[in-house]
Design a binder for this molecule. Structure first.
Ligand code: 5RP
Length: 248
């Protein structure tokens, strides 16, 4: 898909999500190019509709800067009560709404904001959709003190690790750690792999976001916007499509 077309779709999904934000909410705002369109749309809602949020938290300095540039006050996650709604992008979304995130390197704060949110909406263009998780390297944030050991183990496990680079140096995260991207594709047994990574000493966080997302807004190139809601009885009335949470 050409970048201009993809940007058009990202903007459409972002604007739809911005229309769903309500005054009085504590809002979580993610990171990435789709979220950048969402922040722009949020700014317009503030100026044109008088949108007044109770608080905003975000998952990166990039988003924080953009929000502040539009006149929003950004709080720290620990300074707010539970987040009402988080809107974020995703690198891949499977049929059951599990996702791979962290292409922008912000996975650790993204997962912390996500896990403290009552509701999570992802905004994507249709190129992010997959039946089974895969098609994108899985980011794993690791502590520098034992990262070579982690890299070796991942290689032995057949997970095809690669250091994330920033020009000729290793990419450094917001928290001073490295990222190892796992090229195993499709992701073998996502829940099993998440469990393994969750229990690997030296791993700070990984980009498997499983059983977290409630709703995905997908902009399709045929002009339709799909609102895919994780299966629940209360969601059945309002969705344009439903996802059942079964691991593929
Ligand atoms: C950053 C992320 C982003 O949400 C993800 O990479 C999607 O980005 P984009 O909207 O630019 O395609 O997880 O860590």
């Amino acid at each position: 898909m050409a970048k201009t077309e993809q940007d058009r779709l990202k903007k459409e999904a972002a604007e739809k999500a911005a229309s769903m934000v309500k005054s009085g909410m504590i809002l979580g705002v993610g990171t990435g190019s789709t979220v950048a369109f969402f922040i722009d749309a949020l700014g317009k809602r503030k100026d044109n509709d008088g949108l007044k949020l109770k608080a905003i938290v975000t998952t990166s300095n990039r988003s924080k800067k953009q929000l502040e540039g539009l006149g929003f006050k950004v709080s720290e996650l620990d300074d707010v009560d539970q987040v009402d709604l988080t809107v974020d992008g995703s690198d891949r979304v499977a049929d059951n709404l599990d996702g791979i995130k962290g292409g922008g390197g912000a996975l650790t704060l993204e997962k912390n904001v996500a896990i403290n949110s009552k509701k999570i909406i992802w905004i994507v263009d249709e190129s992010k959709l997959v039946h089974r998780l895969g098609g994108f390297p899985l980011p794993v944030e690791v502590l520098p003190i034992s990262c070579e050991q982690n890299f070796k183990r991942f290689k032995q496990e057949g997970l095809k690790p690669q250091w994330r680079m920033d020009s000729d140096k290793r990419y450094i995260t917001h928290y001073g750690n490295y990222i190892i991207d796992l090229a195993a594709d499709p992701v073998p047994a996502p829940h099993g792999l998440a469990d393994y990574l969750d229990h690997t000493v030296g791993v700070v966080e990984h980009g498997l976001f499983l059983d977290m997302c409630d709703e995905v807004i997908i902009a399709h190139s045929d002009g339709t916007i799909e609102d895919k809601i994780k299966y629940s009885l209360s969601s059945m009335a309002s969705s344009t499509s439903l996802a059942v949470g079964i691991e593929g």
